[in-house]
Each structure stands twice: as structure tokens, then as C-alpha cells.
Design a protein around this ligand. Sequence first.
Ligand SMILES: NC(=O)c1ccc[n+]([C@@H]2O[C@H](COP(=O)([O-])OP(=O)(O)OC[C@H]3O[C@@H](n4cnc5c(N)ncnc54)[C@H](OP(=O)(O)O)[C@@H]3O)[C@@H](O)[C@H]2O)c1
Length: 196
Amino acid sequence: MKKAIVFGANGELGSEVCKQLTKLMEVIPVSRREITFGGIDEEINIKEIIDYHKPDFIVNCTGKFGGNDADFLEIFNSNVNSTWAFIRYFINNSISKPVRYVAIGSSAYREGRREYMLYSSSKAALMNLMQGAQEYFAESNLSLSLINLPGLDSKMRQSAKGKNNSENLMSVETAVNRILELGLMQFEGTNWDVRE
Ligand SMILES: NC(=O)c1ccc[n+]([C@@H]2O[C@H](COP(=O)([O-])OP(=O)(O)OC[C@H]3O[C@@H](n4cnc5c(N)ncnc54)[C@H](OP(=O)(O)O)[C@@H]3O)[C@@H](O)[C@H]2O)c1
């Protein structure tokens, strides 16, 4: 049976990913209790988790939204460093079987957003990072994909836009369906923009 590790598993998308993926394979949920990206033990913890579980799939649902009063390190540790930590791990450790890594981005990567400049720039950095990693690992057992989601009917979106702005937004359930379809089923080691 294939095995997936879901990071950010306590979050809104992460818990739905765990719920939907459990129907397809063994799922190991990982939350901040096991690893804090940007924390001092990050490198040791990531190595322990991956070496122990030897996953076929890694779905990284870690992320942090914030407006212009957000803390730079919190936003970048969560949205960029959480993927850089995996890339570093795979640069330094050989990959003996096919592994798929899926990260979650945002449509905000496409242009700066005046209400949440740090968040949108962190998602642009994530896109660039993933493109570099896709080239770096092109001939290896590791394939990587970034799924850029639109604003969802979610708590993260409500914190950005307020509770009354959820009309006609994609549900978390549908978004996770798309993540699994694009990231795991039709996997081509590429990046996808999920449209509203
Ligand atoms: N929701 C949306 O509308 C939307 C739209 C587009 C893209 N996205 C992206 O989708 C991803 C998931 O979003 P979500 O709505 O599920 O957010 P969420 O409910 O806030 O979940 C994010 C998870 O990441 C964890 N986390 C954050 N920073 C961390 C760190 N430095 N180390 C370890 N864990 C950390 C959080 O743990 P704590 O609770 O302990 O902080 C939480 O469990 C994010 O990358 C987000 O940018 C979301």
C-alpha cells in the first residue's frame, strides 16, 4: 500500500487532505507538534520523519496568511522555508524510490497584493523555488508539483476578506479534490493554477 505524509495536517486543507487521501492509501498526519518549519530542530525532525516513514507522497499543506502587520519570518518560514526544508533534505539524501512532493500555493503569486504584500510575495517566491527544484531534480526519482489555489470559502480567506465575502468561492472540499487529482493522479511534475 502506498504511503503519504501530510504536513500541516491540523490545518483546514491539511485535515481535508488527510480525510480524502485515507480512502486511497496509508496517511501519516504531521503537525506543528512534530515539526516547526523555521524552528531549530527543523532539519533533524524532517530527516527523522522521512527516513522513518519512507513515503511515496508528501503533501505539504503548511502555510500562513497575514496582512501588512504580519511577521516576515512567520510568513516566509511557513510559506517558503517549509518547502525549502524538503528540497534541502532531498539534495542531501539519496532518493531510492519514486517520491512525489506536492506544495500548496496561491493565485496571489501572480501579482503583488496591497493588503497582504508579504503573503503574496512569499507565494511568488514559492513558485520560483519550485521551478528551480523541478529543474534540479528533473533526472531524479523526485517529482515536484505546486498547486496554486484561488481564494476558498475558508477561515484563511475570512481572515483576509471578512466573513461576508465567501459567496461563490470554491469549497475546501472541492479544492482538496483538485489537489489530489492534479498532484497525485495526473502527476506530471508541473505546476497548476486552479481556477475559481
Ligand atoms: N484557505 C485558503 O483560502 C487558501 C487559498 C489559497 C491558498 N491556500 C494555501 O493552502 C495552504 C493551507 O491553507 P489552510 O487554509 O489550510 O491554512 P490553515 O488552516 O491556517 O493551516 C495551515 C497549517 O500550517 C501550520 N503551520 C503554519 N506555519 C507553520 C510552521 N512554521 N511550522 C509548522 N506548521 C506551520 C499551521 O499550524 P498552526 O495552526 O499551529 O500555526 C496549520 O496547521 C497554505 O499554504 C495556504 O497559503 C489557502
